[in-house]
Structure formats: C-alpha cells, structure tokens
Design a protein around this ligand. Structure first.
Ligand SMILES: *Cc1c(COP(=O)(O)O)cnc(C)c1O
Length: 348
C-alpha cells in the first residue's frame, strides 16, 4: 500500500472541527449535569448516551479479540458503509470499485453520495479476480468493496487473495464479513493492526440475532476509526440499544450457529434430490443460493404458502436463482414440503 490513509481522506474531513460535548473536556467523577440541557428528572433515558460508546466497545473488544481503539460502532453496518463514503470519497470526483453480484448497499451508498460505482463481475463459480479489481481502479478510486462470505453467492474468497489486494491497492479495502460466524475461515480482523488501509465490517444482525437493534462494526486501524468517529452522528447508538446489546452479548451464540450450519447441510441435501432444483451453490453463510427451473414461478408458489425467500432471478450472474435463508428446523421442513408440492404441481 503506497498512500497513507491521511492522503486518501477528503479535504473537508481533514479540516473538520468535530462536534464535541462538555463531557469530553472533563475527566473524573461528575455529579451534577448542567451542560447539555437535558431534563434532570431520572427515568433511565433522560441523559444523552456516551458518544464514544466506551463500555460497549470494551465488551465487544473482548468478544471479538480486537482492541477497543480499532472498533467503530455504527447504526448497522449500513451506517459504517455510508460514513466510509463520506470520509474518503469526494462527490463527482472519486470513485469506488465493488465485486458483483454482491450486497446492494455499497451501490446505494455510493449513489446517495454522488460517487461513481465501478462493478467487477465475479468469475467462474463466483471467483475473485484481484487483477480485474485493480484494473478497474484509477487514481480517483478510494475504496474497493469485497464481501466474504459474499451475499448473495454464499462463497468466501481465499484469504491470500484478499490480502494481496490489501497490499497492492493504493486505497482502502473494505471486507464485509457480515456472515463470518457461519464460515470456517478466520476473520481478517487479525490483519488490521498491520494494514492501515484494511476495514473489516461485521454486524450484530445475523449470527448474533440482533437485526432489530441496528448495530454494525467497522474494525480498522486507529486512524480510520478516528476519522469515522468524527463523521458519524455523535449519538448514533442510543442508550436502550447499548443496554440490550450488552446484555445479549453475554449469551454465547455457538449452539445456534452450529444448528444453522447443520440445517444448511440438511436443506442442501434435500434440495439436491428435487427435480426442479438445478444447482445449489456451496455456502459459508446462513443462506443457500439455489438455481431452480423457473425462479419466478417457484417464488410465487412459496409466497402463496406464506414462505418468503429472496428472488435473485433479475440479478446479473444469479439468473434463475432464489436465495433461501436457513430458518428453524420446522420452518426448513415446511419449505422443503412446499417445494415438493411445487414439484408435483408441474405438469411434465
Ligand atoms: C445483512 C448484511 C449486512 C448487515 O447490515 P446491518 O446494517 O448491520 O444490518 C451487511 N453486509 C452484508 C453483506 C449483509 O448481507
């Protein structure tokens, strides 16, 4: 990596005087709060939350094995994606590169920030081409987005290839690991200490079962975390969320992750027997990408039985595919029964 992070940042962010609170200026035990125009009547929520989220970061640091200084907490990883755009990309000047097919939010965040998105289609079996990603980049490319395990394809990319990109690219490499808990591969978060330009996104929304609370993480160098923290809304994580996340982090998720992986294998095996299923892609995530005979027809059939899956038929590279999230064992059973019914309903 040639350019240092400070050279990649937008000028307006370098010059920014971030919002600060009076409580940032005073260290020690505070008793009487007359600085923030809050209500003095205690109800559990009358005070502003900690804008630095110190307590929650310390807890997440322990769970993830990452230093607290290397953690940015966002209102979902979606906030982290948007904040990264705003830190590094000058609207209408800079651009970003992403793999395709992949998670839709990279493109949406780029569009909202008026930043050009250059997509590089994955190769055979949804493989990564580091050379093609580098070839799509120019001097205005600030970030390259990878997602591993990838949504919606389900596969992970080889660690050496992703790290090769981190080493070769003169900008920020963002690796979205929303599904890492379901994969056999290790997180790239062990590489952030040595690679100032690597940002690893993780989330509480999938394996940690907290999608409704909206908490996502960017694990990165202190420089990048510092810049992101200046740009986020000061109170982006509210008191109620922090309290509930803290409590839920105390209960391990290992048993549930094991069950989902077992169910993923069972569902894949059962689907492989079906005459309406053409292909089941290998998955390191909590979903299966399945190519079927007539994706729209099967989608409608399942909807009529109260089962909603994701129709990816119109996504380039996923033609004919449905993306099916692994549910409870009984829900997966219902899905398989409905697909058998669909199979029988087709006149051949
Ligand atoms: C679900 C998902 C997320 C999670 O986003 P949150 O805003 O944290 O809920 C992030 N990235 C990918 C690829 C996802 O599929």
């Amino acid at each position: 990596m040639g350019k240092s992070v400070s050279k990649l940042v937008r000028g307006c962010i370098t010059q920014l005087t971030p919002y600060s609170t009076a409580r940032d200026e005073y260290q020690g035990e505070l008793g009487i709060f007359m600085d923030a125009n809050e209500s003095p009547y205690e109800n559990g929520y009358n005070r502003y939350p900690d804008p630095h989220q110190k307590a929650l970061k310390a807890q997440i640091a322990t769970v993830k094995g990452v230093a607290a200084e290397n953690i940015f907490i966002g209102n979902g990883s979606d906030e982290a994606i948007d904040v990264l755009m705003r830190v590094f990309c000058e609207p209408r000047v800079d651009n970003v590169v992403a793999i395709a097919p992949s998670y839709g939010m990279y493109k949406v965040a780029a569009a909202i920030n008026d930043v050009e998105m250059r997509e590089v289609q994955l190769g055979e079996e949804f493989s990564l081409s580091v050379e093609e990603l580098l070839a799509a980049a120019d001097e205005h490319t600030k970030m390259i987005f990878l997602c591993s395990p990838n949504n919606p394809t389900g596969n992970s990319f080889p660690r050496e290839e992703m790290m090769h990109l981190v080493e070769q690219f003169d900008g920020i490499v963002v690796v979205d690991e929303a599904y890492i808990d379901f994969a056999e591969a290790e997180s790239l978060n062990t590489e952030i200490a040595e690679n100032e330009n690597l940002v690893v996104l993780q989330t509480m929304s999938k394996a940690w079962a907290m999608a409704g609370l909206r908490v996502g993480l960017a694990l990165a160098s202190e420089q990048v975390v510092g810049l992101m923290s200046q740009v986020k809304y000061p109170y982006n994580i509210n008191l109620a969320t922090m309290a509930i996340v803290s409590e839920l982090l105390e209960s391990p998720i290992d048993d549930k992750v094991v069950e989902i992986k077992q169910q993923r294998a069972l569902v894949a095996d059962a689907l492989a027997e079906s005459s309406v299923v053409k292909r089941i892609y290998p998955s390191d995530a909590n979903f299966l990408l399945v190519e079927v005979e007539d994706a729209d027809a099967m989608y409608d059939f399942l909807i009529a039985r109260g089962i909603i899956v994701r129709n990816r038929n119109r996504v380039r590279g996923c033609e004919g595919c449905l993306r099916i999230t692994i549910g409870l064992p009984e829900e997966n059973e219902r899905l398989l029964e409905s697909i058998s019914e669909y199979e029988k309903s087709i006149v051949r």
